[in-house]
Design a protein around this ligand. Structure first.
Ligand SMILES: C[S@@+](CC[C@H](N)C(=O)[O-])C[C@H]1O[C@@H](n2cnc3c(N)ncnc32)[C@H](O)[C@@H]1O
Length: 261
């Protein structure tokens, strides 16, 4: 028997891994994060399986379900939204399992920052503009380590994907403007890949009122950076990877590549 931490992906059941789909269809006991995991994903668990919504549970109550699984020699699926390794609060559950001597494994999932990038139809990296993606958040009840305050991250001018921060969007924009500029593009995606997904685009200067008007206060991904502005052909330095004059280990440049390069 073991506990399997499974990434539920961002919402759309088609974005589950094949392994997650199989595990859910075979599941007998499931603890799921009801505040974030989509009902459609939870619906893949067989109707006669035991379901526990962790939103209203303490760690001790979750541990009790793990122990019950061991008593019944039945695997327990611990379903976390997106990828369990990102703001999943899985560490304390793993510590408990270590203490209890119960084995566990992790099945990764598609994270919401990836689903949000897909919804925005953008590439998060752009040559000469951003070759770094930072996954972070603003401080909430969990304070930020001083060296990872938004202003510190902003100095790098990387593409920023901010979780758990949409309710502080006006503050985020104010913090970022000195580094990225007021006209820096930002995308906000509410419930990426859910049927009621909302995609908003703007600049650091104008995004907060747009999001307030849409009534979005939670479950949204913020993606900020100049890379988002390089989606129109005239704006960009693009990767040379597929350019006919560019050689690499798998392809030689056109024979006439010297002619006009
Ligand atoms: C506790 S974190 C969990 C993140 C998750 N492990 C992941 O990889 O996406 C919850 C935050 O993730 C983001 N989030 C989760 N699902 C989302 C979705 N479908 N669309 C947009 N943002 C989402 C929101 O910022 C939300 O506040």
């Amino acid at each position: 028997m073991k506990v399997i931490f499974v990434g539920a992906g961002p919402g759309d059941p088609d974005l589950l891994t094949v392994k997650a789909q199989r595990l859910l269809s075979e599941c007998r006991i499931c603890v799921y994060a009801g505040s974030l995991v989509s009902p459609e994903v939870v619906g893949l668990v067989p109707g006669d399986a035991e379901l526990h919504d962790s939103a209203g549970m303490t760690l001790e109550q979750i541990e009790a379900v793990f122990v019950k699984g061991r008593q019944q020699n039945t695997d327990v699926i611990r379903l976390h939204t997106g990828d369990p390794a990102i703001y999943g609060a899985i560490r304390e559950q793993m510590h408990a399992l270590d203490r209890l001597g119960i084995d566990y494994e992790v099945v990764p999932g598609v994270s919401s920052f990836q689903a949000a990038a897909a919804a925005l139809k953008t590439e998060l990296t752009a040559p000469e503009i951003s070759q770094t993606i930072i996954l972070s958040r603003t401080s909430g009840r969990t304070p930020m380590p001083v060296k990872q305050e938004l202003a510190e991250l902003a100095r790098t001018e990387s593409t920023l994907c901010l979780f758990l921060s949409v309710h502080k969007l006006a503050h985020v924009a104010r913090e970022l403007i000195p580094y990225y500029g007021a006209d820096c593009p930002i995308g906000v995606v509410f419930r990426a890949s859910w049927p009621d997904e909302v995609v908003l685009r703007g600049t650091l200067a104008d995004i907060a009122p747009k999001v307030a008007e849409a009534g979005i206060t939670r479950t949204a991904m913020l993606i900020v950076g100049a890379a988002l502005g390089s989606d129109r052909e005239q704006d960009i330095p693009v990767s040379q990877l597929y350019h006919r004059h560019f050689s690499h280990g798998y392809r030689s440049a056109d024979a006439d590549s010297g002619a006009d390069s």
